[in-house]
Design a protein around this ligand. Structure first.
Ligand code: T46
Length: 131
């Protein structure tokens, strides 16, 4: 089974460049309640390292690149993302880590709900037990 699910967005292009619009009609699996973005992470540092109990998210690399490591408790996959035309699905109960940030990486994350620290599982063994 493949863990990683990718959304391919449809850019609107003309002689001025590209525009991608995202909402519930463009194939996202949830209505967006929150957006945040990550930038300025040094290449040797790792972010994420958690799963969410309920939250559903999609991560989009708007600039530069980073490596997403995804783990469903049984299998681990990784992929480098470097295009604003694709989104990585981060459903509930999927352990995710972000590695190898380029200096210019801007990672946009669209989320199904507001920030809630109670929704995080930050201990891998607890994550495995909760599956
Ligand atoms: C995730 C991955 C992809 C807030 O105050 N509001 C927010 O909406 C978020 C997301 C974070 N914060 C605060 C909490 C911490 O003090 O920002 C600080 C850094 O958060 P965290 O260490 O959780 O960041 P990452 O990069 O490890 O994880 C983030 C998201 O938190 C997480 O939900 O799935 O990106």
């Amino acid at each position: 089974m493949k863990i990683c699910k990718i959304f391919n967005f449809l850019p609107h292009g003309d002689d001025r460049g590209w525009l991608v619009s995202l909402d519930k009609y463009s194939g996202l699996p949830f209505e967006i309640r929150r957006a945040y973005y990550i930038y300025g992470t040094e290449s040797g540092l790792v972010r994420g390292k958690h799963a969410h109990k309920q939250l559903h998210q999609v991560a989009i690399c708007l600039s530069g690149s980073c490596k997403m490591v995804l783990d469903n408790g049984f299998q681990r996959e990784s992929l480098v993302i470097d295009s604003p035309k694709i989104g990585v699905d981060l459903p509930p109960m999927l352990w995710h880590e972000m590695h190898d940030f380029s200096d210019d990486c801007i990672l946009l994350v669209l989320a199904s709900d507001y920030y809630n620290e109670e929704d995080y599982i930050r201990d891998y063994q607890k994550f495995k037990k909760a599956l």
